[in-house]
Design a protein around this ligand. Structure first.
Ligand code: FES
Length: 116
């Protein structure tokens, strides 16, 4: 484990992650819904630069005949084949085994650190 500065807070806005190389790994650092996330920029399906995908909420079944939009749990959609992953955990939202590699993030002053 090595905490490394990956970005400065003013480099990232919601909807526009910073893609950078930290310790030889290309990662995307996101600021969404007030939280920061770091994700390896490599889709486990066929290797797309997944951090270029769209971040959104998700539709959930709130009852037998009703759907709701959950904007609290952020989803990253791969730009190639639209697989969707939980931005915080990397878990796929479809019944597939692959998951995104995610990294712990910390904020110290204006710096965003990633534990790689
Ligand atoms: S490469 Fe990401 S869904 Fe296929």
């Amino acid at each position: 484990m090595a905490w490394t500065v990956a970005a400065r807070r003013n480099e990232i806005t919601e909807g526009k992650p910073k893609i950078t190389v930290v310790n030889g790994k290309e990662i995307g650092v996101f600021h969404e819904g007030g939280a920061y996330y770091a994700v390896l920029n490599y889709c486990p399906h066929f290797g797309a630069p997944v951090c270029l995908g769209k971040v959104m909420g998700r539709i959930i079944a709130s009852g037998p005949d009703s759907l709701d939009y959950d904007n609290d749990h952020k989803t990253l959609r791969c730009p190639w084949h639209h697989w969707e992953f939980d931005l915080a955990t990397g878990a796929a939202l479809a019944p597939i085994r692959q998951r995104l590699k995610t990294y712990p993030v910390a904020v110290e002053g204006d710096n965003i650190l990633v534990d790689i």
